[in-house]
Design a protein around this ligand. Sequence first.
Ligand code: BGC
Length: 762
Amino acid sequence: MKRIIIVLAIASTLSAFAQKPKTTTEKQKMDAFISNLMSKMTVDEKIGQLNLVTGGEATTGAAVSTGVESKIAKGNVGGIFSLTTPQKIRKAQEIAMRSRLKIPLIFGQDVIHGYKTTFPIPLALAASWDLPMIEKTARVAATEATADGLNWTFSPMVDLARDPRWGRVAEGSGEDPYLGAEIAKVMVKGYQGNDLKAVNTMMACVKHLALYGAAEAGRDYNTTDMSFDRMYNEYLPPYKAAIDAGAGSVMVSFNDINGVPATANKWLLTDLLRKEWGFKGFVASDYTGVSELIAHGLGDLKTVSGLALKAGTDMDMVSEGFLTTLKQNLNEGKVTIAQINMACRLILEAKYKLGLFDDPFKYCNDERAAKEILSQENLKFAREAATKTFVLLKNDQQTLPLQRKGTIALVGPLANTASNMPGTWSVNADMSKVPTLLQGLKEVAGNNVKITYALGSNLIGDPNQQIWGTAHGRDIPRDNRPESEIIAEAVKVAEKADVVVAALGEASEMSGESSSRTDIGIPDTQRRLLAALLQTGKPVVLVLFAGRPMTLTWEQQNVPAILNVWFGGVEAAKAIGDVLFGDVNPSGKITMTFPQNVGQIPLYYAHKNTGRPLGDRKWFTRFWSNYLDVSNDPLYPFGYGLSYTTFTYGDIKISSNNLKPGQKIKLTTTVTNSGKYAGEEVVQLYVRDLVGTSTRPVKELKGFQKISLQPGETKTVTFEIGEEMLRFYNSQLKYVSEAGDFKAFIGTNSRDVKEVDFKLVK
Ligand code: BGC
């Protein structure tokens, strides 16, 4: 008994650091409540809290949870995810309320880019560079999801990614640590608001800790092996930013890190996350992450469950390794009751902070659901948001915007599919309400334009690959006629039109989880269709659907206009119409480099210089760092995106060339809208540390501003640089700045910049 009291006392002292209490009294109240509750709990009930089961809908692995209702009744479940209706959620909570201690369940889901009002995929949202807008998408998602009973979202996904073969790049913000961290913060703020107890906020779960985006060869779930320099300076900042912003929970990644799988990685989950970063929330494994440790080679289920708990995994998603083996581990002395208590306490604290002990049903609110989910206001916002994510990659001779007259031939396997519009992880989108591009374009075009349509090609020549690429009901019916016949039909339609809009690229499930690709070009049969359409001599606009940067070298050479529309959420079709017809001027800029070919990968702007940089030398130059068969240049650099108008940058004025710690220098430039359309521009600031004790990237994003300009208008844009912005983790992993020479760059993308020199003087 004495031992238990001491353990509880330790647990409660440790949790005294728990997530920012508003007042000491509130914190003390929570601790006392949980201590009291835990004093009544059996070991089995405590272990039950660590068990996270799936409702069985939207599963992402071979295993599914079984016997869920009886487990809840016995106190063997702490939370459920992927229950997709409020009725089912209510029912599960009712069962929990009939269990011995009536501990409420927490309800999770992958609310990744909106709930029923689905917004563009995260990679697209990042391309807007519009932080308030991104925050609002998370706010709206939380408002809708909580009305349906959910209170925990498995978002934001902040895995930095520099390999577009990895399908999950669609779920994150791209390649940059600074932008990734800024987005991570606003997402957490959007979901959690200022008050987790409010009925319309939900707990964020930052994922996937860590380095999942560095999976070798872009193959999902693959190994990662990385230097600490790269980790601390590049891959870790977005996770840390989300945690500093108060994210209530963390999801562990599937991959191993330098030889130890994340789920059993004590350095990661305890030394870094808890001790170094001071994280106070709870840690959940990913889907069967605990039992996958067996395949990683760490032992049997009992062994790996003990390892995972000891490393710092508090909640076991789907494996039921904790549920079925922790007691035995305890009896054998492999884990301690203090470790079980701590995990249990952290999960109960989360429920407490959400207010579930006050009212376990507060999140199921039919009235609020009817009013707020898919409201006109939310749909309007979704449409506006989508228009801001599209990236104009090419626009020769002002092919775009389209005029509202004549005949437009809409062609391609992505032209008339609703289910492929919202994008991966849109489990809540109601496809019956999602317009296809054909429907959306007709609506936006009005009566003066005739829109004709032809399928033009299948999605992929190989029928099997088409099935794999259209999983989860995101079907594109296959046309079994010979390819030549399907193309010929489309060519006929194109010949009778004034302009051709080719809706091509990836289907929604060709990116996302378990959708890695080695060829990231437009699939074979679609490319042949595109060539045939170009042969007609009609102007062709490529409307590119993509969940990742694609290789578009041939398209860049041959197609006059390319608008990358990613997957734009439930209002994507109308939003595409808004941009094609020029009602909205595109302003998106890519946040991942588009390579010329797959062999260049990983290709990212913030690379190191090497000892033999090609620099301004001509490609190919022997004995310098370059390839024989392709230049080092990307096809489109990070930060790139065109507009229907043009922006002209003035030279940079600098307030002083010497920066001292504690002071700031100001960099000022002018941006002029030198074209005919009003437009928005993302003005980007980069810095280079020229001399230091470690090698430093040739450019690092340090700031950006999104401005809007009327035709002819000029705006002055000012950035400040302070010493703290120049810090980095040195070889001793100390966060320092080093005196010496720097360059600052301002421009429209990471390549096209003006520059100025300055010194950090200490
Ligand atoms: C994914 C997570 C997701 C989880 C629950 C896993 O397969 O990696 O991102 O949150 O499933 O659906």
